[in-house]
Design a binder for this molecule. Structure first.
Ligand code: DUC
Ligand code: ZN
Length: 454
């Protein structure tokens, strides 16, 4: 007799789809079989039973310039749980005066008592950390198995700095994750556009051309190959970048890439809306045209991109409006909310449309991100794994809006979008934390998960 049994559901993993009961004991998946009996039972007849989704790219309460992203570790992880996500990876961004371990401790102090689901942290290596690369091994030993490198913004590393940082990460067997854009070109194009009064958000994507994203992705892959390290490319938005990743993989390089719902569900026409509406979708790299959107779906279907994350980084309308009032699209804080709708959106527009199989959906949103980021017992339905599970109703239709979503932000990119298929029950460590629209979890119940690759 198990503590809990999920009965009669259709289990979907990255490799198989089958009818089975799942027995849960002491927070773990204890058995997968038929006619399992539990002290408590949940009937999942007509529903899919899938691994909790794993989102390895989120920015909660993240300071950018004068702004802080509006979802904190509680509201953001709660919204994630409503959407069937049971693990996230956020970021540590060390200050110049801190050691990597001090910065990790400070970020954990912000998160530990707030998170409702499990989480990990990528350690950011910026220009100010170039003199303390010898601390990379300590960060790794403390459970930051992955390291974020920027090729844009103030945290941008030059090619020689990328080379040195990648060597340090390689030496500890860490995973480098990279924001790849060509910052010098972007700065020049922004300046050129502003100089001729091209100040509206229309010029945001036109200052960050797909060709140059492809160049930056290719360049950092080449540097990683020179160093002899694997590498993961964040938020791929265009065919040019996909081609670089695909070519490197064909040559045997350990390169992976991800894209995000905003690039799969929106087009750059969104930047042409009047007033603040055109500022809301501003994120980097930018949302592109319909051909690029189709290329991303094809890349997911063919396996040329391996992961869907969110890059969830919400800013309020008031925050976004500052760039409109300043008459300068480059002043709009970049980032969009997606943390809650990712699993369902990829199902509705990937699986239901026939582009992806059920198994690819689970692989892209749960299994591969878990394996890639070093979550040893998540992202799959296997005895011994954490009982982080989702019961997903393929019939349930949700119209996305700020009324139906739980993200702490006063807009959504997907307002009015009808999504068929939605999680009805989310379990973290065998405990039901969301059921039929009710939140049953608690702040601090999530845990920091150390991630290693050795
Ligand atoms: N891009 C954004 O738009 N926001 C957060 C960070 C990033 O890379
Ligand atoms: Zn990001």
């Amino acid at each position: 007799m198990y503590e809990l049994v999920i009965k009669n559901g259709t289990v979907v993993t990255a490799v198989a789809t089958y009818q089975a009961d799942i027995g849960i004991q002491a927070e773990k998946i204890a058995a997968i079989g038929t006619h399992l009996a539990g002290k408590r039972e949940i009937d999942a007849a007509g529903k899919l039973v899938i691994p909790g989704a794993v989102d390895i790219h989120v920015h909660l309460q993240m300071p950018i310039g004068n702004f802080v992203s509006s979802d904190d570790f509680y509201s953001g992880t709660r919204a994630a749980a409503f959407g069937g996500t049971t693990s996230i990876v956020d970021f540590v961004e060390p200050h110049a005066t801190e050691s990597l371990l001090q910065a990790l401790a400070a970020r954990r102090a912000e998160a530990d008592s707030r998170v409702v689901i499990d989480y990990g942290l990528h350690m950011t290596i910026g220009p100010e950390q170039m003199d303390i690369l010898d601390q990379v091994s300590a960060a790794y030993a403390a459970g930051c198995g992955s390291f974020k490198l920027y090729m844009a913004y103030g945290l941008r590393l030059t090619d020689d700095q990328l080379y040195r940082a990648l060597q340090a990460i390689r030496d500890v067997n860490g995973l480098p994750v990279v924001h790849a854009e060509n910052w010098d070109m972007i700065c020049q194009l922004i300046a050129d556009n502003l100089a001729v009064s091209r100040t509206s958000p229309h010029w945001h994507p036109r200052s960050r051309p797909a060709r140059m994203e492809g160049e930056a992705v290719g360049r950092v892959i080449d540097i990683a190959t020179q160093v002899g390290t694997r590498i993961h490319i964040f938020h791929v938005t265009c065919a040019e970048a996909v081609q670089r990743i695909k070519k490197a993989r064909q040559m045997g390089a350990a390169v992976t890439g991800e894209t995000c719902p905003q690039y799969l569900l929106q087009t750059w026409d969104a930047y042409d809306q009047p007033g603040v509406e055109g500022a809301l979708p501003v994120c980097a790299p930018p949302i592109r045209d319909e051909d690029q959107q189709n290329a991303l779906w094809q890349a997911l279907a063919r396996g040329d991109l391996q992961v869907v994350t969110t890059d969830h980084c919400p800013f309020t309308r008031a925050d976004k409006e500052t760039g409109i009032l300043a008459n300068d699209f480059s002043q709009i804080p970049g980032g969009v909310p997606s943390i809650e709708s990712r699993y369902a959106a990829v199902y509705a527009f990937g699986v239901r449309s026939g582009l992806l199989t059920l198994n690819q959906w689970v692989e892209l949103c749960a299994t591969t991100p878990a394996r890639l980021a070093g979550f040893a017992s998540k992202g799959d339905i296997i005895p011994g794994y954490d009982a982080d599970l989702v019961i997903f109703d393929p019939q349930k239709t949700v119209t996305l809006s700020t009324d139906t979503l739980h993200e702490n932000v006063d807009w959504t990119l997907y307002a009015g979008l009808e999504v068929q298929g939605w999680p009805t029950t989310t379990l973290s460590h065998g405990k039901v934390i969301v059921n039929d629209g009710q939140f049953l979890g608690a702040a601090g119940n999530g845990r920091f998960v150390p991630r290693f690759f050795n």
